[in-house]
Design a binder for this molecule. Structure first.
Ligand SMILES: Cc1cc2nc3c(=O)[nH]c(=O)nc-3n(C[C@H](O)[C@H](O)[C@H](O)COP(=O)(O)O)c2cc1C
Length: 191
C-alpha cells in the first residue's frame, strides 16, 4: 500500500518535514510505501483563479490539477502535515485542497445527496504553537474544519496527531517523543 504525505512548511528543514519523514519511516517499517510531497518545494500555486472557477463549471480540469489528482488517486492513503497558522493550515495547503478536491473527483452529487469519492484513510500531523487550554477547545476549533473536508470527500480519518506547544526550537527530548509518536502512527496507518 502507498500513502501520500503532503507537507506545507516553507522551511525545508522544518520540524513539520521531520515529522513527515519519521511517519514515512513508520510506514516503511510496516512494509508499505510513502511519498512526501512538500508543496513549497514543488512550487505548487495555491491560488484559485477566475479561469479555474469557470473551468470547474465546465468540468474542465487543468493539466496541473489532473496530475495532482492522478497522484492522489494512485495512493491508498493521505496524510497532511502542517503547522497551525491563525487557526488554519498555511494557505499553501488550504489552496491545494481547494484546487485538488474538485467536484467529480473528490465528491459527486447523487440524487440530491453528496457522496465522497476518495474512500481512503487519512490522518493529520499538526504542530500547534499554543498549549491546550481549559477555557477553549482549540482542537475542535483548529482541526475539525480540515477533518470535515476530508470526511466530506469520503476519507476515513484516523485520530489526529496534534503536537501542542511545539516549535522547531522546542527542547530535543520533547521533539524526540513527538517524532517517535509519528513513527508509531506511521506503523499503524494501514493496520
Ligand atoms: C503566521 C503564523 C500564525 C500562527 N498562528 C497560530 C495560531 O493560530 N495558533 C497557534 O497555536 N499557533 C500559531 N502559530 C505558531 C505555529 O503553530 C508554530 O509556529 C508551529 O508549532 C510550527 O513551528 P515551527 O514553525 O517552528 O516549525 C502561528 C505561527 C505563524 C508563523
Amino acid at each position: 500500500m502507498k500513502v501520500l504525505i503532503v507537507t506545507a512548511h516553507p522551511r525545508q528543514d522544518s520540524f513539520t518535514q521531520a515529522l513527515a519523514e519519521r511517519f514515512a519511516q513508520g510506514i516503511a517499517a510496516a512494509g508499505h510505501e510513502a511519498e512526501i510531497a512538500n508543496l513549497y518545494h514543488e512550487g505548487f500555486n495555491p491560488v484559485v483563479s477566475i479561469q479555474e472557477m469557470d473551468d470547474w463549471n465546465a468540468q474542465h480540469i487543468s493539466p496541473t490539477i489532473q496530475a495532482e489528482q492522478a497522484r492522489l488517486q494512485s495512493r491508498d492513503g493521505l496524510v497532511l502535515a502542517y503547522p497551525v497558522w491563525w487557526g488554519t493550515p498555511p494557505a499553501m495547503l488550504t489552496g491545494w485542497m481547494q484546487r485538488v478536491f474538485t467536484l467529480g473527483f473528490a465528491f459527486a452529487h447523487n440524487g440530491g445527496r453528496t457522496e465522497g469519492r476518495l474512500k481512503i484513510p487519512a490522518q493529520l500531523l499538526v504542530n500547534v504553537g499554543s498549549k491546550q487550554r481549559e477555557d477553549i477547545d482549540l482542537a475542535t476549533l483548529y482541526l475539525e474544519p480540515i477533518l470535515g473536508v476530508l470526511r466530506y470527500c469520503g476519507m476515513d480519518t484516523h485520530p489526529t496527531q496534534a503536537n501542542w506547544g511545539i516549535y522547531a526550537n522546542t527542547d530535543p527530548a520533547t521533539l524526540g517523543a513527538v517524532l517517535d509518536e509519528a513513527f508509531e502512527n506511521g506503523k499503524r496507518f494501514f493496520a
